[in-house]
Design a protein around this ligand. Structure first.
Ligand SMILES: [Zn+2]
Length: 85
């Protein structure tokens, strides 16, 4: 499944689509820094788990640096350790 993120500026005609949140975020930040404009982004579709990861990670956008309870972390790997079978 592909990720699709649209970035659109309210203050000028800047508009662009990206296939990764990271790239969209980078472009958004650069445009805001360069122009002082307020850029919105709109997530069209996301690869599985990415949307939840974004929620977990907040402004950072990286699951690994925010919520240790993120379902993206593979807790299943340890689940069978206590089994006596
Ligand atoms: Zn702009």
């Amino acid at each position: 499944m592909a990720t699709s993120v649209s970035v659109r500026c309210d203050d000028c005609s800047y508009e662009e689509a990206f296939d990764s949140l990271r790239r969209a975020r980078t472009a958004l930040n650069e445009h805001e820094r360069a122009t002082g404009h307020a850029v919105e982004w709109e997530i069209g579709s996301l690869a599985g788990g990415v949307e939840r990861a974004g929620d977990d990670a907040g402004v950072c956008g990286r699951a690994a640096c925010a919520n240790p309870d993120s379902p993206l972390l593979n807790h299943d790997a340890a689940r069978d350790v206590d089994s006596d079978d």
